[in-house]
Design a protein around this ligand. Structure first.
Ligand code: GLU
Length: 479
């Protein structure tokens, strides 16, 4: 591990400032008029609201919440709702902006939004969390900040399918005659109009992103790595939904999980971990530490500096800053979280030759599958419902025709695998894979256009800005 520490104690800039800085860096490579760039960069609507909840007999607490709709160039706006006790306006604005750029990078027809409720979920019972969720959903309805064609929330840090089903149910109660009400929020449980694969989507997308990046021999050569994921050493920060699934799919494709980082500490084993066994250990003991055969790293931050091929930060923003960037020993950083690397840190890392797969592309899998869920809700039919059996019987007839003409009988498992028609899960996965492949090619194309002298983040932002600008120009707002 390097020991050179940054001597600067400068404060870390605000998250929205960092996102704007990334935006401005990319805007330099475009020729759009300043007014149009300003319109893209700014947050269109910032709604801060407070509401009381009853905590006990005669006891109340006032809760603060935000919903930010960053860009209305495409509707609905889209983005998660975060529950955390350090949520504040700047953070929600930054993440709403990231959602706009992210949707454009992966060509999803939404503007960006984000919400935050300032609560530590550990301090509330399930009943209290339900009443908080239902109460603020009512606030959003009153202010027209939610609706299938207006603004569509989804899960984020501290929320899950459970909260989404409470939101959908509340919205439905206020709109009893709306057949499209279920499309007011995504990430719902499957039984509540959700979609197969949404829970895994962000992590699965991170895996596809890493796989695409590692496929390009020339880029791997520059990093001193071989092509492909097989045998690559991986350190994952955060074993929540995104971190867990990123780690799972990377390991399934041959990568080796050598470091796992959580709030209470981290564990390291150069021989690799069995992810599910570590999760079981953490559930049983209440900590990731003291996993048999692994080295404990008591300070989670230190573990970010472990030597590895791919570091996958899947926790919160501002994890890699100018204070620790010099000591990062990863060849590739795949940003599963939103904003884990500050622009100052990125400068340092780029100088060191680190390849950063940026959040606006890398963690877009969640919103991609949210888009599929929204489409499913609006079309009122499960993907594959109409065509699955037809595809299956066509495939079967094809195989039989080959068998008859060749005289060779296919083994039963082969017939089963090839002949089966795609179900919802297959189609969602295929749509996600295709989206992540195409967006990587597009980002890589722009990166190559500038001889890879700019960051992949800047390349992704240039594409994103161009697409959003085109949308405004086609509206005739900016002649
Ligand atoms: N919260 C997720 C994100 O940051 C998903 C947003 C969505 O599905 O709308 O991308």
């Amino acid at each position: 591990m390097h020991t050179k520490k940054s001597t600067s104690t400068d404060a870390i800039p605000s998250f929205f400032t960092s996102v704007s800085r990334n935006f401005n860096e990319a805007a330099k490579y475009t020729e759009h008029p300043k007014g149009l760039l300003d319109q893209i960069n700014t947050c269109n609507s910032v709604y801060h609201f407070t509401f009381p909840i009853r905590k006990g007999k005669g006891e109340y607490e006032v809760i603060q919440a935000w919903r930010v709709e960053h860009s209305h160039h495409k509707l609905p706006t889209k983005g998660g709702f975060r529950y955390a006790d350090n949520v504040h306006a700047d953070e929600v604005m930054a993440m709403a902006a990231l959602m706009t750029y992210k949707c454009a990078v992966v060509s999803i027809p939404f503007g960006g939004a984000k919400g935050g409720v300032k609560v530590n979920t550990k301090n509330y019972s399930v009943e209290q969390l339900e009443s908080i969720t239902r109460r603020f959903t009512a606030e959003l309805i009153h202010k027209n900040f939610i609706g299938p064609g207006i603004d569509v929330p989804a899960p984020d840090y501290g929320t899950s399918a459970r909260e989404m089903s409470w939101m959908a149910d509340t919205y439905q109660a206020f709109h009893p005659n709306s057949v499209d009400a279920a499309a007011c929020v995504t990430g719902k449980p499957i039984s509540q109009h959700g979609i197969q694969g949404r829970k895994e989507a962000t992590g699965r997308g991170v895996y596809f992103a890493c796989r695409e990046a590692c496929k390009i021999e020339e880029d791997m050569k520059v990093l001193g790595l071989s092509k492909g994921l097989d045998g690559k050493t991986v350190v994952v920060q955060g074993l929540g939904n995104v971190g867990y699934h990123s780690a799972k799919y990377l390991a399934e494709d041959g990568a080796k999980l050598i470091g796992l980082i959580e709030i209470e500490g981290a564990i390291y084993n150069p021989d690799g971990f069995d992810l599910d066994d570590v999760v079981r250990h953490r559930q049983e003991t209440g900590s990731i530490l003291n996993y048999p055969g692994a080295k404990n790293i008591e300070n989670s931050n230190d573990a970010l500096e472990l030597e590895c091929d791919i570091l996958v930060p899947c926790a919160l923003e501002n994890q890699i800053t100018h204070l620790n960037a010099h000591n990062i020993n990863a060849k590739i950083i795949a940003e599963g979280a939103n904003g884990p690397t500050t622009p100052e840190a990125e400068e340092i890392l780029l100088e060191k030759g680190t390849l950063i797969i940026p959040d606006v592309y890398c963690n877009a899998g969640g919103v991609v599958v949210s888009y599929f869920e929204w489409l499913k809700n609006l079309s009122h039919v499960r993907f594959g419902r109409l065509g699955r059996r037809f595809a299956e019987s066509t495939n079967q007839q094809l195989l039989q025709a080959i068998e008859v003409s060749s005289g060779v009988k296919f083994p039963e498992e082969v017939v089963k695998k090839i002949a089966r028609g795609p179900d919802e899960g297959d189609l969602v996965d295929s749509g996600l894979e295709d989206t992540m492949i195409m967006a990587y090619r597009e980002t890589h194309g722009m990166w190559t256009q500038y001889d890879k002298k700019i960051s992949q983040r800047t390349a992704a932002f240039i594409n994103s800005i161009n697409k959003i600008a085109q949308s405004y120009l086609d509206l005739g707002i900016f002649p």
